[in-house]
Design a protein around this ligand. Structure first.
Ligand SMILES: Nc1ncnc2c1ncn2[C@@H]1O[C@H](COP(=O)(O)OP(=O)(O)O)[C@@H](O)[C@H]1O
Ligand SMILES: [Mg+2]
Length: 237
């Protein structure tokens, strides 16, 4: 059984038919990438899965449950966390407060929550050094780490990342991709949207190519990276 199954998803913005029947699957333990040009519908797909946008037709099943009409905060409770495009940390709060707020859906002992925070700071040691720093003063790469960490505090089964490497320096891009791999190895399933198709395909098990609201290709990431059409359109070959 797939952890996430999206079928025939149709989403509109007014008269604009943004998603024209998207089908995709994410199995437990996988990293799955969604690649495509600007405006292809990647963010729309993610926002619909997270319950922030509504579909006109189609269905979304998560962990065996139909979540097509579920509200966003319930979707977080069910185990999907999204780091949105542009990160959006709470800029006026400290790193530490941002991390604490990430656990707002979790009802558990102080001890366990503390352990979660410790895990977070172990994965992102740079954040430990900056606990007291106001989040808005972090660099772009640091804000991305904080946003990822905050999402992880809700203990998601599925972590959804929208363009995590956007606007970051090459060094941070590498670090973000390494972190995604590490989180996956620790058991988090990942759905990744990236403009950096080369790096995304390199860490993914499978991938889909989105073109103007439709999936045009899908399959094993390694095979897609060898596909001449993908190479030409997305890998700068
Ligand atoms: N809020 C909106 N209102 C109207 N059209 C939108 C809105 N958001 C996105 N779109 C349109 O939907 C299409 C898909 O956008 P988006 O999902 O943001 O693409 P991507 O993330 O792949 O760049 C684009 O044509 C875009 O212009
Ligand atoms: Mg987008």
């Amino acid at each position: 059984m797939a952890l996430l199954e999206v079928s025939n998803l149709n989403v509109y913005y007014g008269n604009i038919h943004a998603l024209k029947g998207i089908d995709l699957i994410v199995n437990e333990g996988e990293i799955v990438s969604l690649i495509g040009a600007n405006g292809a519908g990647k963010t729309t797909t993610l926002q619909t899965i997270s319950g922030l946008l509504r579909s006109k037709a189609g269905s979304i099943t998560f962990n065996g449950k139909d979540i097509t009409k579920e509200r966003a905060h319930n979707i977080v409770r069910l185990g999907i966390a999204q780091v949105p495009e542009g990160r959006r940390v709470f800029a006026n709060l400290t790193v530490s407060d941002n991390v604490r707020l990430g656990a707002y859906t979790i009802k558990d002992s102080h001890e366990n929550l503390k352990r979660d925070r410790k895990n977070f700071y172990d994965v992102f040691p740079r954040m430990r050094e900056r606990k007291k720093q106001i989040a808005g003063t972090l660099s772009g790469g640091e804000q991305q780490m904080l946003a990822m960490g905050r999402a992880l505090m809700s203990r998601p089964k599925l972590l959804i990342l929208d363009e995590p490497s956007m606007g970051l320096s090459p060094l941070f891009v590498k670090e973000i991709f390494n972190t995604i791999k590490k989180l996956n190895e620790q058991g988090t399933t990942i759905l990744l949207v990236e403009q950096n198709a080369k790096m995304a395909l390199a860490i993914s098990d499978r991938a889909y190519v989105l073109e103007t609201g439709r999936i045009s290709l899908g399959g094993e990431a390694k095979k897609l990276a060898e596909n001449p059409r993908v190479k030409q359109a997305y890998l700068g070959a």
